[in-house]
Write a protein that binds this ligand. Structure first.
Ligand code: GLU
Length: 496
């Protein structure tokens, strides 16, 4: 309760996903910025489900969206969330927070618009609208509703309704005005109403359109800042006109720049993974993904790239947002993620990698290789970028390795030199104590003296069969004496 009192009711922001599929990484960034702003301002973060597009609705998507929000750990103050038993649930006094449960509310407000003369019934068929559009396109004019039903006589309207004609309800966009607003990121925007379509507010299935529901709900839920993607800028003037019709106070508008692929086009599947689920499946730590997303379109005014959630909350400001599209750089994500993984304990990595390990091994194999897996984690941890990388190199440790003889060669060594080096290291390994990585490394280095490359390269290749791998000491420590000696012997057979 004490906490609630300290909250700032002047800042209320929402994330409003539409359950038409899984969460796109750009949408998660939107949610995170709204959340950061709410936490920075000690305000409220709400989640509202916008499910009025019944044609595109995917029932399974709702659950998935909330599982994803749970996975990244964005806590909510009001709205829709998963409860302790992972069921969709709602909290807060201004609900329901699922639009399909608010139809009566929209009915009430559409009536108010009728009373104010700001809405009208439209009976035009889809075929007619298509023809109108085609005609406009042929004349190089933007496709817009030609307002045929805008001034239908009230008796005519009643008659059509009585006859059961299908209709939608449209908004009466005023003529010859300019709608102006200042976006917190994109600055001053002015749009002539002549370019704004008479937007459908209620569809023929009785559901509101996004444009109508978003305004009603943002107002009733006391949203102070509408934070959403830049693609909604062209819709904002319509929303502003609705606020004006109702004589409601406008929220502040904060549009976030698009997330772009390396080709500077809006990030889509062509460039790689875009669904948050895909990043989860690959084993990116959620806090690393959020850290990375925070830097997409927001400048923390420092060069520090790894920031804890606490630091992000402290530093976040709308003033630090910029309007240029933010490029999604997968290498940078990998780097940030690698930094987070490096700082995790081996135990945590092991625990969180269970799903990848179970995919790789049969259950009994998993148990019998327990020690070896722990060693691999200790060695590979600084190199992995995501948890699924752990099993990527498992082939080296658990399968027969294959490689060409030439790979054993360091600089201009000949077969005889390689043979000599391998014999030397074979002897060292056979006599060494491999229980401690440090001691083993010391022993090898002391025994080979100056000629490091000449011994360590062939040894490393003999143990890994790879051009790049962990160090020969680490490899031998993981593989154990018997397997290491066996692999050196195989290498020797190649040069004999
Ligand atoms: N339901 C909309 C979407 O999924 C939300 C847009 C908004 O935040 O106003 O993009």
């Amino acid at each position: 309760m004490k906490n609630e009192k300290a909250k700032n009711d002047g800042v209320r922001v929402r994330f409003a996903p539409s359950p038409t599929g899984t969460i796109h990484i750009g949408n998660l960034r939107t949610a995170f910025f709204a959340w950061l702003f709410a936490r920075n301002q000690k305000g409220f973060f709400l989640v509202r489900v916008e499910d009025t597009d019944r044609k595109r609705l995917d029932e399974k998507a709702i659950k998935k969206i909330f599982e994803t929000l749970n996975w990244v750990g964005l806590d909510i103050d009001e709205g829709v969330h998963l409860d302790k038993s992972f069921k969709i649930s709602q909290k807060g006094n201004l609900g329901p927070y699922i639009q399909s449960e608010r139809l009566e509310i929209y009915q009430k407000y559409i009536q108010e618009l009728f009373d104010k003369g700001k809405a009208y019934y439209c009976f035009c068929s889809a075929e007619r609208l298509k023809k109108v559009r085609e005609r406009q396109q042929a004349q190089n004019r933007p496709p817009m509703y030609d307002q045929k039903c805008r001034d239908l006589a009230p008796e005519k309207v009643q008659e059509k309704i009585k006859n059961g004609e299908e209709y939608v309800i449209r908004m009466k966009i005023p003529k010859n005005e300019v709608v102006k607003f200042t976006d917190k990121v994109f600055g001053d925007i002015a749009v002539e109403t002549a370019t704004i379509d008479d937007q459908i507010l209620i569809k023929s299935d009785g559901f509101p359109t996004y444009h109508f529901a978003v305004v009603i709900d943002d107002h009733l839920m006391k949203i102070s800042h509408v934070i959403r993607g830049e693609e909604w800028i062209p819709s904002t003037p319509k929303h502003i006109l609705l606020y004006r019709f109702f004589e409601w106070k406008l929220p502040k508008f904060v549009h976030l720049p698009n997330v772009l692929g390396e080709d500077k086009k809006k990030l889509s599947k062509r460039q790689g993974d875009v669904s948050v689920e895909d990043f989860e499946k690959k084993g990116y730590p959620p806090e690393a993904l959020l850290n990375f997303l925070a830097l997409l379109g927001w400048n923390p005014k420092s060069n520090q790239e790894i920031m804890s959630q606490k630091e992000l909350i402290e530093k976040f400001s709308i003033a630090g947002l910029h309007k240029a599209g933010a490029i999604f750089n997968y290498q940078k994500l990998d780097w940030i993620s690698g930094q987070y993984l490096k700082n995790k304990s081996d135990e945590e990595i092991l625990e969180k990698s269970q799903c990848y390990l179970k995919e790789y091994f049969e259950v009994d194999q998993l148990e019998s290789n327990d020690e070896k897996i722990k060693k691999i984690i200790a060695v590979e941890k600084p190199r992995i970028k995501k948890l699924s990388d752990i099993t990527e190199n498992f082939g080296i440790y658990f399968k027969n390795i294959e490689y060409q003889k030439d790979l054993l060669k360091w600089k201009d060594m000949g077969d005889a030199d390689i043979k000599k080096a391998l014999e030397t290291v074979s002897k060292i390994v056979s006599e060494a104590d491999l229980s401690s990585l440090k001691i083993f490394q010391k022993t090898v280095l002391a025994s080979i003296g100056e000629a490091r490359g000449e011994h360590l390269w062939p040894l490393r290749v003999a143990l890994s069969g790879q051009e790049k791998s962990a160090s020969p000491f680490e490899l031998a420590w993981i593989l154990g004496k018997k397997e290491s000696l066996k692999r050196i012997k195989t290498a020797l057979e190649k040069v004999n």
